[in-house]
Write a protein that binds this ligand. Structure first.
Ligand SMILES: [Zn+2]
Length: 222
């Protein structure tokens, strides 16, 4: 967990400095929250960058099924689960889950869900596997693991740096280009708005090396 160089409450709100960058207002609150809950989002993003690099992936959007296949993760549909067990599985986890058996990883997903929601689920479960959440020595809390997996999935599906680079400045453009649900696009758009509001935050995001690792795979985007 990164420790902020200074976190000071002032009359007009919170001011924080991290890596010589000054954060104020809502951005500072979000940053502080992320730091205080023990999650290191830079590490999650870098784990994702390393994965893209290691697998030699060059194009965006990245196909989660291809990544799972390259990682040797077996993907199973809920419809493959015997009917007598399926109802119980759905009642425990509606979207999907992952398990480690020996050295092998399996992801089960609900194939009755919309395609874009399935993609988020697969990325979320790949994140759990890649971030070591299924390892027996993982000591992170469930909340932290969920937060990290969600951040990993949103980051690979719609990196803020890409939204800025390709001028995807509304949820519809984000959903269309990144091939994600409108719900996720709205959520990512909120982060985009905060990022472009502060030049320092924008600069930090644009310095993320994901901008050098991936290019958009389709023509017609400026
Ligand atoms: Zn999860």
């Amino acid at each position: 967990m990164a420790v902020p160089e200074a976190a000071v409450y002032k009359n007009h709100g919170l001011v924080m400095r991290q890596n010589n960058i000054r954060f104020t207002g809502q951005t500072a609150v979000i940053l502080l929250k992320k730091l205080m809950c023990g999650s290191d989002y830079d590490q999650v993003e870098e784990a994702c960058n390393i994965l893209i690099e290691d697998l030699g992936i060059n194009f965006f959007p990245v196909n989660c099924f291809e990544v799972a296949w390259l990682l040797g993760i077996e993907i199973k549909k809920y419809s493959e689960i015997p009917p007598e067990d399926r109802e119980k599985v759905v009642s425990i986890t509606e979207d999907g889950y992952s398990v480690k058996i020996g050295d092998r990883f399996f992801i089960y997903y609900n194939d009755l869900m919309p395609q874009n929601r399935i993609k988020f689920t697969i990325w979320h479960e790949i994140a759990h596997i890649q971030l070591g959440h299924l390892d027996s020595d993982c000591t992170k809390s469930d909340d932290l693991m969920e937060e990290e997996a969600n951040h990993f999935a949103a980051y690979i599906m719609a990196p803020i740096a890409f939204l800025i680079m390709y001028n995807l400045n509304n949820p519809i453009a984000i959903a269309d280009t990144c091939e994600i649900s409108i719900d996720l696009a709205c959520n990512v758009y909120e982060h985009y708005c905060k990022a472009v509001m502060f030049p320092n935050v924008r600069r930090r995001i644009m310095n993320n090396r994901i901008t050098q690792l991936l290019v958009y795979s389709k023509e017609g985007v400026a």
